[in-house]
Design a protein around this ligand. Structure first.
Ligand SMILES: [Zn+2]
Length: 1045
């Protein structure tokens, strides 16, 4: 095969973004990390801080302390109980009370975050309650904060799912709450904070946000300089357009003992749910006392003292005091105890002029309004008083060396399923939108089918959204709750499969105007059968007959795509072809497609004689469908496909010879696979050893291994949240591995089967992007009891001189530079790897692209590592009350890229911002969004179908990603599609010093013409929208410019 160096045409200026230095910031988190000693001295009552002193004369009659007490209730959509059980037991009572009590206590306020619960509750409310709710929202006494479907985890979710759950929530608010638009973010429980969230909220049009769980040393450092309120700027921002005003809470927790001030022993006395005889008490052994005539002054002064101390940590006299906890405010007594006692204190303080303070009930909106007002007074600008800050808040530690880096990996089976559902949902959204537009274009109204499909899409959006919750994708819920999420994801996968096959059948239909929809039959099988949510999927065995079997490949990307596809068939005497219409007589001719027949191995490692795998390099049009056919050979036809050769690297066992394969056994030996881009060399045990990039001729060591970690012997141990290893990872050998080497013209791979892992490494013989990577899969099995307190990682040891630096992505949206610190324990040097990690030196970059979110690190120069699974026998004391022993056999998919920097080329500025190459971006996209394989069901005729479908006349540039094409939902008596479709595009910054090997796309300054993308389907009536579609921006009639920010 000819070497395709690159057909991509990359505009030099498009690499400028990465080469330009970010704007300087007042606080850069990497610099803060350099400076901190991460000591943990006892700070007294504020354990992780210091003894706060203040001068009472800092306030006077004209300069009062203005306190906003903000009642809130943190409702996890699944954790100890399932979403529905929580709702039935607790949340519905809480929401009933919020509406009833806010009407009773006419100065009281409340904030609510989780729309998943709010929407469920709403369904059950009579119109009187709905109207009262809307009145409270309009009065501003009830505020929806963030307004997402959930309060998402910020380490593991992909940014497309973070956006989707926000759109789902905002769309619901808009249509059900009379156009209500949330304006303030509230993220009090996720375990570490990502700037991606700040970016998304900013672009969604929100003005302010609040965060809580950040490293205690970081809190202390920012508090010391009164910098807990800042303008959070993206670390790659060249100016200040991404600045988001952010309030960081200063103390250990969001509960009442840790929010009124530095002393939890005092603050707990002002949580009147804990009055003696109640359902909770104060662990500091001083109980609350009801406020009375007799103690009013003393109680008020005691609380005000805490408020005043807390105010010393901030830059203004406006003070935010959250008042709530998990699933709070559900009973009458709690409401009246909290309200009446606080009301007395408020009345007292407000009536004493010499106290120089006002205390009032408030919302987050009221707080930020007052805060911005203060900044404006002092600086002439609403945000100028606050410093700018760039970077992120990983990895979170709440106390001691308890770093929360375990949940980056916990329950990886479900983390991988999240990405699979994300793939399906996006695929279904895009195809649905195309079908809906085609129906409009063809003047047909198939509203029943489209309504049914929209209901399925909506369900899937909501369930994908639900799983982004910080006890969902994190893997930190009880076993039965994990299973409940899994069932919901499985139902969603089936729902989106339904939408995809219905939409595909319509789009492929020749006579679209007279389409008769059949919702009772399944037109296509998506070759991905899932009998149980927790099992690995199975591929369909295609029974090949003499009449051709139709398979349709669906490319949800807005670019041409060349991609390896494989099917399982029951015969090897077959051919694969495409149909091409001849110009003269419009008859179809068969065009042969080169393919490879590879063995399917039985559980015993033998070659099957009833199943075969066929593989070929498919070509699919942008946002399009392409038909391929498979049929048995006729008597006069010869087998054109290439037969893979099979070699077992063992000499102590005999294997069956199975037609048509050449099966041989040999002793252990090293071997290599080559294509036109790379030569991958493997050691005699079958593990990858090095990668040679053929363009440069350089060989890079890439020794792959598996490492094992145990947990500490004494004290706190690893659990669902925490990673508390017993030292560095140790080599874990595979026991009696069976090594099989399969070589062919389309793909070559090695498969190593052992007791706890089936490992595969593959090289694809293609001129496309897939040829540049080594494809790695592991089926990890930690289901056995003897794996208790074992964590297994995949480790790469290279000769890249990476020093202390490595790079990990944030939510698949951006990349951030990490530094390994000796002053941090092992677990403090682990970071989220939601989609990729790399190490680099002046010549070489080694990138591991990951299908599933995991934790990762670089424990030495040249080293890169990701955790694969963890099985933990004990609770780690963060409220879950169980270990992690519900492991499932989990399939991890990776691509390993070795890229050579063009000599002398400077691809990015020296900063915390780093950028993947175009090839890495493409590799990630095809890993997360492979082409869909649709197998035509049964004997339904394909005569009325087109052989391909695409509407795109000019594909998108390499650096522009179609994040989603999503038709809005119309709520009403029934669910249906609206006539608005949102096209969400992301232009990636990229490092242009790595050759765009195998790519055929271009970059051209980041302009998109809707006319080129959809010449016939959509009108030129295009509105720019804010990211969650709450606000309409400029109207465009022709060229829509896509900008970076
Ligand atoms: Zn929570």
């Amino acid at each position: 095969m000819a070497t395709n160096k690159s057909l991509a045409n990359v505009n030099f200026n498009d690499g400028l973004f990465a080469r330009t230095s970010p704007a300087p910031c007042d606080i850069q988190m990497d610099k803060v990390y350099d400076k901190l000693d991460f000591g943990n001295p006892d700070g007294g009552v504020w354990k992780q801080g210091w003894d706060i002193k203040y001068n009472p004369n800092q306030w006077n009659l004209n300069k009062k302390l203005k306190v906003f007490v903000i009642p809130h209730s943190h409702n996890d959509p699944g954790w100890i109980k399932t979403f529905e059980t929580y709702y039935r037991d607790q949340t519905n009572k809480i929401l009933n009370n919020v509406i009833a009590k806010l009407q009773k206590y006419t100065d009281m306020t409340f904030i609510w975050a989780e729309i998943s619960y709010f929407a469920l509750w709403w369904e059950e409310q009579p119109s009187s309650v709905r109207q009262a709710t809307i009145r409270l929202l309009e009065e501003g006494r009830l505020e929806i904060v963030t307004g997402g479907w959930v309060m998402p985890d910020e380490a593991n979710p992909h940014y497309s799912a973070m956006i989707e759950q926000l759109i789902t929530g905002h769309e619901w608010c808009d249509q059900n709450l009379n156009g209500y638009r949330p304006n303030n973010g509230w993220s009090i429980d996720p375990f570490g904070m990502s700037p991606t969230m700040a970016y998304i909220l900013k672009r969604a049009g929100l003005d302010n946000m609040l965060i809580q769980r950040t490293h205690y040393s970081v809190k202390k450092e920012l508090a010391k300089h009164k910098q807990l309120e800042f303008n959070w700027r993206q670390h790659w921002d060249h100016n200040s357009t991404t600045d988001m005003l952010c309030h960081m809470m200063p103390f250990y927790s969001y509960d009442v003992p840790h929010t009124c001030g530095p002393d939890p022993k005092v603050c707990c006395q002002f949580d009147f749910l804990r009055l003696p005889g109640g359902r909770a008490s104060c662990p500091w052994r001083v109980a609350p006392r009801a406020v009375s005539e007799a103690n009013l002054a003393e109680r008020s002064i005691l609380l005000l003292d805490q408020y005043r101390k807390k105010a010393q940590l901030y830059n203004t006299d406006v003070l935010l005091i959250p008042l709530g906890d998990d699933f709070r405010w559900d009973g009458d007594k709690e409401w009246s105890d909290q309200y009446t006692n606080y009301a007395k204190i408020m009345a007292y303080v407000n009536s004493q002029p010499d106290l120089h303070a006002t205390i009032q009930w408030g919302t987050l909106a009221q707080y930020f309004k007052a805060l911005r007002g203060e900044s404006f007074q002092q600086s002439g600008d609403e945000t100028k008083l606050f410093p700018s800050l760039s970077g992120d808040f990983f990895t979170y530690a709440d106390r001691d060396d308890h770093y929360w880096s375990g949940y980056f990996t916990s329950r990886p089976f479900w983390k991988a399923m999240d990405r699979t559902l994300g793939w399906y949902l996006r695929g279904a959204e895009v195809l649905y939108s195309l079908a809906w537009a085609e129906m409009e274009y063809n003047g047909v109204d198939k509203s029943d089918l489209m309504k049914e499909c929209m209901a399925k899409l909506l369900y899937s959006r909501q369930m994908l959204g639900l799983f982004q919750h910080h006890d969902g994708i994190t893997g930190t819920a009880k076993d039965h709750v994990v299973m409940d999420y899994g069932e919901k994801m499985l139902l969603s996968i089936k729902a989106t499969q339904y939408v995809i096959q219905q939409a595909a059948n319509y789009l492929l239909t020749k006579n679209k105007a007279n389409y008769k929809s059949r919702t009772d039959i399944r037109h296509f099988d998506l070759d991905d059968t899932r009998t149980e949510s927790w099992r690995l999927p199975e591929k369909t065995l295609i029974n090949v007959g003499t009449s051709a079997k139709l398979v349709v490949l669906y490319n949800s990307q807005a670019r041409h795509r060349q991609e390896l596809v494989s099917f399982i068939v029951d015969s090897y005497n077959i051919k694969v072809f495409k149909l091409q219409k001849s110009q003269e007589d419009s008859t179809n001719t068969e065009i042969d497609v080169p393919f490879q027949i590879s063995p399917v191995f039985t559980a015993a490692g033998e070659v099957s004689n009833v199943q075969y795998e066929i593989s070929f390099i498919s070509e699919t049009p942008p946002l399009g469908l392409q038909s391929y056919f498979i049929r048995l050979l006729k008597d006069d036809e010869e087998l054109e496909g290439s037969i893979a050769s099979v070699e077992y690297l063992t000499d102590d066992r005999q294997f069956y010879k199975v037609e048509p394969f050449n099966v041989k056994s040999s002793g252990p030996r090293s071997f290599s696979f080559s294509n036109s881009y790379i030569k991958a060399k493997f050691s005699s045990n079958g593990m990858l050893e090095s990668v040679t990039t053929l363009d440069s001729g350089d060989t890079t060591t890439t020794n792959l291994n598996f490492l094992q970690y145990g947990t500490r012997r004494g004290g706190d141990k690893s659990g669902a949240y925490l990673f508390l290893p017993d030292g560095q990872g140790r080599l874990r050998e595979l026991k009696n591995p069976l090594v099989k080497v399969v070589t062919g013209i389309i793909k070559s791979f090695v498969e190593i089967s052992s007791d706890w892992n089936d490992h595969r490494a593959m090289v694809v013989h293609t001129a496309g992007e897939e040829g540049t990577a080594v494809h790695i899969e592991n089926d990890i099995d930690l289901t056995a009891r003897e794996m208790d307190n074992v964590e297994i990682s995949l480790s790469i040891n290279s000769d890249v001189q990476s020093g202390d630096y490595f790079y990990t992505d944030l939510n698949g949206f951006q990349v951030i530079r990490r530094k390994r610190y000796a002053k941090l324990p092992i677990q403090g040097n682990w970071y989220p790897v939601p989609t990729m990690a790399y190490i680099q030196d002046k010549k070489t970059r080694v990138t591991l692209v990951s299908h599933q979110p995991l934790g990762g690190s670089s424990m030495a120069s040249g080293h890169l590592e990701v955790m694969l699974d963890r099985r933990l026998a004990q609770d780690d004391n963060r409220g879950l009350f169980q270990g992690v022993q519900d492991n499932r056999i989990t399939r991890h998919k990776f691509k390993l890229l070795v890229e050579k920097l063009e000599p002398g080329c400077v691809g990015e500025a020296d900063s915390q911002a780093s950028y993947p190459s175009l090839v890495a971006l493409a590799a990630r996209h095809s890993l997360l969004h492979p082409v869909f394989r649709l197998i035509k069901e049964g004997d339904e005729s394909s005569a009325g179908l087109l052989t391909s479908y695409s509407t795109v006349s000019k594909p998108l540039d390499c650096d522009i990603q179609l994040v989603n094409m999503r038709t809005s939902t119309l709520y009403g008596s029934s669910i249906g599609p609206s006539d608005r479709t949102a096209l969400i595009l992301h232009r990636h910054g990229f490092n242009s010093c790595y050759k765009p090997m195998g790519l055929r796309c271009h970059t051209s300054g980041g302009k998109v013409k809707l006319d080129d993308l959809f010449p016939s389907l959509y009108s030129n009536n295009v509105n720019q929208m804010s990211l969650s579609l709450m606000y309409e921006g400029d109207r465009h009639t022709d060229t829509v410019p896509v900008t970076f920010i």
